[in-house]
Design a protein around this ligand. Structure first.
Ligand code: ADP
Ligand code: MG
Length: 356
């Protein structure tokens, strides 16, 4: 049997290994503003994400980021209000540490290929990557729930579970169809002969307060209609007179969007890309006119895509008020933006060799 022997080299090696974790960003193919009423969403983890290289040790989290200013130093255990720490991105770090009850420190660097504040969920990628770096070891659903609670504590915005659950649970080659009430996730194969293109339009603005308003408006509709996740458009129309115009339009978006998610997954499954594309474009129109989360720049970008040859459909993606659009098209039909591929969820990568 081979014995491990200490060699001269071991004496000069760092005592603690450099470790790496990676969490992908996500693009939502269809199903926006349906998660916080327990509806259906259909996001896909992409081949761009956040990577943290770090060493374990000490009683502090010490991180710098290639994308955000300021070093983050969080003393452990962290039990204060994470939304008050600075720099701003330290709130996510402190919130995740508080959520996981972290006592063992790390020191490292956060690198990102996702534009921040662009609707590709850099925040959830950061939370999930941090969770793994801080030693989380459990099922993807638990990581997602912890990350979502951390996002709420860090930002005060009552976001749904879509981003964290997609990023924690995705498998390569698949998009994640999520029932946000039961938290069931179905991994749906993404056809390889379909291009999925993401185009960055503008950084989002006013997103926190406007998002919180939308959550309240849906709650107002639910007070009359009951849970939107199980309501139909017939029920919404029947109760129109009991709803103010805003609550009516928000409800109409949510119930028709849930239906579109189901139909989109079916269309994708049978390779009916024109139908899938029409559903994406209808989703955009509903978000624009009923949910009022689009902008004129986003509308123009969607319009340009859907009138291009070989494009099946396009829509704004994510919370809105700026951000990105997503299109599905024949391979190579769009040369703007990034062609993204369905990727694995948050994971530990490998132990780097010494000095590397
Ligand atoms: P989105 O999730 O759509 O990208 P959010 O506003 O929810 O937009 O999250 C953006 C925030 O996440 C940033 O303001 C920053 O605090 C944090 N963040 C994102 N990427 C990084 C990164 N690479 N390094 C440090 N913080 C990051
Ligand atoms: Mg976010």
């Amino acid at each position: 049997m081979l014995q491990n022997k200490t060699t001269d080299l071991d004496i000069v090696r760092p005592v603690v290994d450099m470790l790496r974790v990676h969490a992908p960003g996500r693009v939502n193919l269809i199903g926006d503003h349906t998660d916080y009423t327990g509806g259906l969403v259909f996001p896909m983890a992409v081949d761009r994400g956040i990577t943290i290289d770090y060493r374990v040790g000490g009683s502090l989290i010490a991180l710098e980021s290639t994308a955000e200013p300021g070093a983050v130093v969080v003393p452990l255990p962290f039990d204060s209000d994470p939304s008050t720490v600075s720099p701003q991105w330290a709130s996510y770090v402190a919130a995740m540490a508080a959520e996981l009850g972290t006592t063992q420190g790390i020191i490292g660097t956060v690198a990102s290929e996702i534009p921040s504040g662009a609707g590709l969920s850099s925040s959830a990628a950061l939370e999930c990557a941090l969770g793994l770096a801080l030693g989380f070891d459990g099922p993807p659903l638990d990581l997602a729930l912890a990350a979502r609670r951390a996002e709420h504590a860090a930002t005060g915005v009552p976001t749904g579970i879509m981003d964290q659950l997609c990023i924690a649970s995705a498998t390569e080659g698949h998009a994640t169809l999520i029932d946000c009430h039961t938290l069931d996730v179905v991994q749906v194969p993404v056809p390889t002969d379909l291009d999925i293109v993401v185009e960055f339009v503008a950084h989002r603005t006013l997103v926190g307060s406007a998002y919180t308003d939308r959550v309240a408006e849906c709650a107002r509709a639910e007070a009359v209609l009951g849970p939107l996740r199980s309501a139909s458009i017939t029920v919404v129309e029947r109760h129109r007179a009991e709803l103010d115009d805003v609550a009516f339009r928000r409800a109409r978006h949510v119930v028709t969007e849930n239906e579109r998610v189901r139909d989109f997954a079916d269309a994708l499954g049978r390779g009916d890309y024109p139908s899938a594309g029409r559903l994406m474009t209808a989703s955009h129109e509903s978000l624009r006119s009923d949910f009022n989360t689009s902008t004129s720049a986003i509308d123009r970008a969607v319009e340009r895509c859907v009138t291009s040859p070989g494009v099946f459909g396009a829509r704004m993606t994510g919370g809105g008020f700026g951000g990105c659009i997503v299109a599905i098209c024949e391979p190579g039909a769009l040369d703007s933006g990034w062609s993204v591929r369905p990727s694995a969820g948050a994971h530990r990568v490998r132990v780097l060799s010494d000095g590397g």
